[in-house]
Design a protein around this ligand. Structure first.
Ligand SMILES: [Zn+2]
Length: 205
């Protein structure tokens, strides 16, 4: 686990073979086409050095050694599917809408992360068997958790009602501030070429 984590420093600099026998090459397979044209960090650049310092922090490495290979994958997959639940891809949300939905997903996740294992009436714990893709056909046994709860939503609604009762205008101001924080659309950052210039360049080619 630690060797895999350390290999991150190489990977971000477009180096995918590593000196450690425990993890001698990246798990992603050969890169081709667009996959090679990522904005890799230049070895020795300020960004690469800063990121390396973060990745290699002793306290962090100690934590990485404690990770279980199964548990994190499931938590992460569960979190990603939760985001899709709150912000489905087939709907385009405004910046504020997306921001709020991501916060809701995080609240829901944190509120329900430490659920107890569900039990039958005789007190025995419930389990299920799954065949996750990363196990390539092998199975894993997972405890079935108690049903999720939505207590955070009640707290949110209470807080919202309180702020509104205190000062509707203050609440509106917060909302306006959040909306005005929205970054410009990505397309705005592209440099626009005058149409005649673009056409004459095209014809010259
Ligand atoms: Zn790699």
């Amino acid at each position: 686990m630690e060797a895999k984590w350390r290999s991150l420093v190489n990977h971000i600099q477009d180096i995918h073979d590593h000196d450690t026998p425990a993890f001698s090459s990246c798990a992603h397979g050969p890169l081709d086409g667009d996959q090679c044209n990522k904005e890799w960090l230049d070895p020795g650049s300020l960004a690469a050095v800063k990121l390396e310092n973060i990745i290699m922090r002793t306290a962090l490495l100690k934590d990485v050694r404690q990770l279980s290979p199964q548990h994190q994958t499931f938590s992460l997959e569960a979190y990603h599917s939760l985001i899709l639940h709150f912000a489905p891809k087939h709907t385009g949300f405004s910046y504020l809408g997306m921001y709020s939905r991501l916060l809701l997903a995080a609240l829901h996740y944190n509120h329900n992360a430490n659920r107890e294992t569900a039990r039958r009436s005789d007190g025995t714990e419930k389990y299920c068997v799954r065949y996750p893709r990363f196990k390539k056909g092998a199975h894993v046994v997972l405890p079935i958790k108690e049903a999720a709860s939505y207590g955070y939503a009640t707290s949110l609604m209470k807080a919202l009602r309180e702020s509104y009762t205190n000062s509707p205008s203050a609440l509106r101001e917060v909302s306006d501030n959040l909306s005005s924080d929205a970054p410009a659309p990505i397309a705005k950052s592209f440099e626009q070429v005058p149409k005649e210039e673009a056409v004459s360049l095209y014809l010259a080619r």
